[in-house]
Design a protein around this ligand. Structure first.
Ligand code: HEC
Length: 516
């Protein structure tokens, strides 16, 4: 065969791959139907086995004398998808992958998320209108305090987990010390179906079963919805607009300074019941009409807003349905600290009045997210809602460019020079389609649910340890899969170091020599 004909046949081969690819693409355009999800769903699932809160029955239970209500994880996940309701947001039309009236769309999401839940203080199992659920394994959560595993886990009053701590001056010029964020997410029945499939056997999670159809994208069904309440230990002297906000009791850290706690010992993570205030509400929804398949939006509490109740004084801040992947930092922001002109970011809506008010003293929320993309006041200013959330998957990966191993190699500095290394940073501001993995080191997508990817990581952190296995606990297959994954990653890196390097006889270096 001449080299030319070989080239031709190679070309033909590439063409045939391409057409196979196109065929797959057109098939995938038809998202898995409810009927198929239901037909392939596992039905003999075991329910009720997950812990409710941090160190339950291991010293973390409410102290004697505590007379308040104790959080119970709503975990009777449905084995069948209940039909889509006539959701209020479906009435709003879409154009170019986003809603024609984003403000009305966002409000419809909030109203749905609050309906029946407000009356029961978000003890959602009591909701009279519809069923709501929580994510397993958040009782043992490692999110912020990575040196003290599990300590971010659910407190026992409302099941809130510990999140970002805001240092002095972050929220207002009157805030001089650290304040801590505590939050919880609540999933509707359509989202809970997917969670229940992943955890059909509580001792043997299958991250790839979020969609029971192996031929479909690993995503939640259309109409899946999550509402997340974010509370802060901040008070009205530190942040005047939290006056008359929703106040809950929660069993949270006595000392609010993470620098002090992190030095240990673990007794510095002591908790006590305190009042905390609702300052932000996040919502996210699977809507197949969106560019990415998801929309994410946020509200902030403002005591000066119109509204008879604190829930009504939650002011919409913005909604995102994509990251506007081609828009680099310099195209919107004039320097590392802005100002940023958001007009080019067409896959989001920002409430400009609210955004301006947030920066007016004494308020000090002087940021949205990366290059003007949407992020909440208690989120990282170098992130965006969809930027962080599209990374959700198993195994988990860095949720921000600065956190990735490459962040150090590229000398990324989000605070001083966010305009540099755009080819790498902008990977985080692409538009990952619902159910597709973000990175080639991930095996399964968790479809924008960072709680699901964290939940799986939390499971692994206790159930795959040699100690757990010595104790004769069942050995979940996911542990073996992760071990194999680790070996494959290491081999891939070794191979890359020697690929194409000839050995002494001109042949490649034998793998054994490389493996040493
Ligand atoms: C810096 C990264 C980051 C940014 C930015 C971010 N989130 Fe999240 N979000 C997380 C993590 C991590 C979790 C899971 C931990 C938790 O809920 O305790 C989460 C959880 C959630 C959940 C609960 C459902 C789930 O499993 O993901 C919702 C809803 C949510 N975020 C919405 C939003 C919205 C809306 C925005 C933008 C206003 C936003 N997030 C911005 C990191 C981020």
């Amino acid at each position: 065969m001449s080299s030319r004909s070989r080239a031709c046949s190679l070309f033909a081969l590439i063409l045939s791959f391409m057409s196979a690819g196109t065929m797959l693409e057109s098939r995938a355009a038809f998202a898995t139907s409810d009927a198929v999800r239901n037909q392939l769903a596992k039905k003999d699932c075991v329910r009720g086995k997950f812990k409710d809160y941090y160190r339950q029955a291991e010293g973390g239970d409410p102290p004697a004398g505590y007379s308040g209500r104790v959080y119970k994880l709503s975990q009777t996940y449905p084995n069948q998808l209940s039909p889509m309701e006539n959701y209020p947001w479906l009435k709003i039309g879409f154009k170019d992958g986003g809603p024609v009236d984003p403000r009305a769309y966002l409000q419809a999401l909030l109203d749905y998320g609050l309906e029946g839940n407000v009356e029961v203080d978000f003890y959602v199992e009591d909701n009279k209108k519809r069923k709501w659920y929580g994510m397993p394994w958040m009782d043992w959560n490692t999110e912020v305090a990575s040196d003290w595993p599990g300590t971010d886990g659910r407190e026992f009053v409302h099941g809130l987990t510990h999140e970002f701590d805001s240092s002095g001056q972050t929220l207002s010029t009157l805030q001089n010390t650290f304040v801590d964020t505590w939050s919880n997410g609540y999933f509707n029945d359509r989202a809970a179906f997917g969670i229940g499939q992943v955890y059909c056997d509580p001792d043997d999670p299958h991250p790839g079963a979020l969609n029971p159809d192996p031929a479909g994208l690993n995503n939640m069904a259309n109409g899946s919805f999550v509402i997340k309440l974010l509370f802060s230990t901040v008070n009205e002297h530190q942040l005047p607009i939290v006056k008359n906000a929703i106040e809950w009791n929660a069993h949270v850290y006595v000392n609010e300074d993470p620098r002090w706690r992190n030095q240990g010992p673990i007794s510095r993570y002591e908790r006590a019941t305190k009042l905390i205030r609702l300052i932000q509400i996040d919502v996210s929804v699977r809507d197949e009409r969106s560019t990415t398949g998801w929309l994410m939006g946020t509200f902030g509490y403002d005591e000066n807003a119109k509204g008879a109740t604190a829930w009504k004084r939650m002011v919409p801040l913005g909604l995102q349905w994509g990251n506007s992947p081609k828009v680099t930092y310099v195209e919107t922001c004039s320097g590392p600290n802005g100002p940023c002109d958001r007009k080019k970011l067409t896959e989001q809506w920002i409430n400009e009045t609210a955004a301006k008010e947030l920066t007016t003293a004494p308020l000090n929320f002087n940021h949205l997210g990366y290059a003007g993309r949407l992020a909440g006041p208690v989120d990282n200013p170098k992130a965006s809602c969809m930027g962080c959330h599209q990374t959700a998957g198993f195994p988990g990966v860095a949720i921000l460019p600065e956190f990735s191993a490459n962040g150090g190699l590229l000398k990324l500095d989000g605070a001083k020079q966010p305009q540099t290394e755009q080819s790498f940073r902008m990977m985080y501001y692409g538009d990952v389609a619902s159910g597709v993995v973000f990175s080639d080191v991930q095996l399964y997508s968790s479809d924008y649910s960072l709680q699901l990817s964290m939940s799986l990581q939390n499971f692994i952190s206790l159930r795959c340890t040699p100690k757990a296995q010595e104790a004769n606990a069942p050995k979940p297959p996911i542990c073996g899969q992760l071990a194999q994954w680790g070996a494959a990653q290491r081999k891939a890196i070794r191979d890359l170091m020697s690929f194409g390097t000839p050995g002494p006889d001109g042949a490649p270096i034998p793998p054994k020599a490389v493996d040493r």
